[in-house]
Design a protein. Structure first.
Length: 679
């Protein structure tokens, strides 16, 4: 792998040594500090009154639902779908928006990678080491920039402990089975004393080719019957070390982590993808300060990312991304204003990404992107009402290096720089209507700068079997958004309804041009253009949860329904790859340490597609699950199993790109088991 990956090797070896050293100290049983229950994402004031468009997956529920990717782990939540380029390359979609409209964060910091560049690029964060996933839907995520117009997925771990640890603790998790014959193991160890806290974690995951219900795939003009997705196997591993010093009103810490994976592209049997990432992060917070500023927060990170696409073992394209970011926030003290109280946060953010695309098959040039931003969010509270107002101003500079000097096949032209100044505004009102009832309404205006590939792409992307072409004349993406929310809670019972709409004056989308490109050996590939169109997205999400008590046990019921409509108003056609209407019904029996559950998922027939796409049939799948929690010797234990797609129903994902959708059915019938031990 060469010297480029020496940092990753150091990280993995250091984490293994650190984990072993901590393991020697685990002489007595201790519980690790539990994470705060207050929502962090989109909630800089750390209010217990979280936004209605936010949700959290953590604790035992996260353990039971973990998948091979973040998108699979979040599967089934209202408004969330997955790009699904096989079991590993699988990125979240929120309310029909994906790519650089969804901000993936690690502990609130940027994740520099190439996953937004294309559906075949995996997210370099494994859910095995995540302790909490927070999702914020829609443009309420203004604090995180124009690239968060669709929402934010924040992956929270404790690699930089935010509260002092009083003693040793940890956990280990083993998972086996599933449709991809997974074998995975993760371990976490923590300890602390005298205000100092230390963390080490590591994981390893192996999967085989994904088993699917029997389907026909045309190969060389001849239909073949298949029960597996070829070239979908993977192997991943990673580790981290972190530490912090904490006091009553704050903390300061560092962490270093490494991740690597190798997996196949389901679009081409001969293409393999090899990825590595190293990240150094720092974070701190100081609360209860005297004067007008009561809390300071800051974080910074540096990331080194590399992604190789290999064809028949030979390097075709190499992507590199060296990124750095810094963010500082200040929470001002509450002020009396107009009979109410004004509380708010302001801050600065800066990012730099040096992206390189190397090789004969690189379809984007090497670029440098610089972003800086200032933001302000204020909340005015008057009795049971809260009025939120926010503004964010950005400066974005995207510089293409163009074709290399002496290039044999010029594609990208001369070096060129585009500069943008996006502005975003938001206004929201929320309040308590009566006991248990809450209502919210919000309006926002967002702008997003085009990405480097939306501006400068021009070439064959082998892994997606398409020719992708950008436009250096792209304008700012501009949209206006509205949302209404109503919720009712009483004890364990919940009812939540959200209605939302977004209208874009300029919405950059990848559309088939109707042209073909003659590739190597006479292969003809469709040409896709990044095109700005007028667009509208509108939808609704309904969620309910309730319980039926019994003498020795109880039943827990859940239901969710979401629907979304996307229109390309410039061409009078539906937007591509929009999730269909989906229904989920679930029931669980809870008796003592046991939980037994059943779940039904129904996806409607998706016939609202552009004229150059085809409809995706609807499907219904059943899942069964069970778990037991108790003591395993002196350790807390959670054992679990899940039977997926009980009837082995053949199903395809409507949000998968059209060029590969027919090659990647959803997983077939499977059994996954696991055990988690906590010390």
């Amino acid at each position: 792998m060469g010297q480029d990956f020496s940092m990753n090797c150091f990280v993995r070896r250091a984490a293994v040594l650190g984990t072993a050293a901590l393991a020697l100290s685990l002489q007595a049983r201790a519980q690790p500090a539990s994470p705060s229950t207050v929502l962090v994402t989109g909630n800089p004031l750390r209010s217990a009154d979280a936004p209605a468009a936010a949700s959290v997956l953590s604790g035992d529920e996260l353990v039971r639902r973990r998948g091979a990717s973040i998108a699979e782990t979040l599967e089934g939540q209202p408004g969330l779908a997955a790009s699904y380029f096989g079991p590993i390359a699988n990125r979240p979609i929120i309310r029909g928006q994906e790519g650089d409209r969804i901000r993936l964060l690690g502990n609130g910091g940027a994740s520099f990678d190439a996953s937004a560049l294309s559906s075949d690029h995996a997210v370099p964060i494994d859910p095995l080491v995540v302790e909490r996933i927070e999702v914020l839907r829609g443009p309420a995520a203004l604090l995180y920039g124009g690239s968060a117009v669709g929402g934010v997925v924040n992956l929270v771990d404790n690699r930089i402990p935010v509260a002092p640890l009083a003693g040793p603790g940890g956990s280990a998790e083993l998972r086996l089975g599933g449709a991809a014959s997974e074998t995975s193991l993760a371990a976490l160890l923590e300890t602390g004393a005298g205000g100092w806290s230390w963390h080490a974690d590591g994981f390893s995951r192996r999967t085989g080719d994904l088993r699917v219900p029997a389907f026909e795939l045309e190969v060389g003009g001849v239909p073949q019957r298949r029960t597996r997705i070829g070239n979908s196997d993977s192997r991943s591993e990673g580790a981290a070390l972190g530490g912090s010093y904490g006091w009553r009103d704050g903390y300061l810490g560092l962490s270093i982590d490494g991740f690597r994976t190798q997996y196949g592209s389901v679009a081409e049997d001969s293409v393999r993808l090899r990825m590595e990432r190293s990240r150094l992060a720092a974070a701190g917070e100081w609360r209860a300060l005297p004067g007008p500023i009561e809390t300071w927060r800051a974080q910074a990170s540096a990331t080194d990312y590399r992604h190789d696409e290999l064809e028949d073992g030979a390097l075709g394209t190499r992507f590199k991304n060296r990124g750095s970011e810094a963010r500082a926030e200040a929470v001002h003290r509450a002020l009396a204003l107009g009979g109410g109280v004004l509380h708010g946060v302001f801050g600065l953010q800066a990012e730099r990404s040096d992206f390189e695309a190397l090789g004969d098959e690189a379809f984007v040039p090497s670029t440098t992107t610089r972003q800086s931003a200032a933001f302000l969010l204020e909340t005015w509270t008057l009795g049971a009402l809260k009025l939120d107002a926010g503004v964010r101003a950005e400066r974005v500079r995207v510089q293409s290096q163009g074709d290399a000097t002496g290039s044999d096949e010029p594609r990208f032209g001369a070096a060129r720089t585009r500069s943008f100044a996006p502005r975003s505004l938001s206004l929201g009102l929320r309040g308590q209507l009566s006991e248990g009832w809450k209502a919210e309404a919000s309006l926002s205006s967002t702008q997003r700068a085009p990405t480097s590939y939306e501006l400068f792409a021009n070439g064959v992307h082998v892994a997606t079997a398409a020719f992708e072409r950008g436009s250096a004349e792209q304008a700012l993406e501009r949209g206006r958004h509205a949302e209404l929310g109503l919720s009712w809670t009483r004890g364990p019972a919940l009812l939540k309804l959200s209605l939302f709409t977004s209208r874009f004056a300029n919405y950059i989308v990848l559309l088939r041009s109707g042209e073909s490109f003659e590739g190597d050996e006479g292969a003809s590939l469709p040409v896709f253009d990044f095109t700005g169109v007028r667009a509208r997205l509108a939808g609704a999400e309904l969620q309910a949860r309730w319980e039926t008590p019994g003498p020795a046990a109880r039943w827990a019921w859940s239901a969710s329904l979401d629907t979304l409509r996307g229109d390309d108003r410039s061409h009078g056609e539906p937007l591509p790859r929009v999730a269909p209407r989906r229904l989920r019904l679930g029931g669980e029996w809870l008796g003592g340490p046991w939980r037994l559950g059943a779940e039904l998922q129904r996806a409607a027939h998706q016939a609202r597609v552009p004229s150059d796409d085809s409809a995706t049939p609807g499907w219904t799948q059943f899942d069964l699950s069970g778990s037991w929690s108790g003591q395993f010797g002196s350790r807390a234990a959670l054992g679990f199993l899940r039977i997926g797609n009980l009837t082995n129903r053949l199903a395809f994902n409507a949000t998968t790109i059209a060029t590969v959708r027919g090659r990647v059915p959803l997983p077939g019938r499977s059994l996954r088991i696991g055990l988690r031990l906590s010390y």
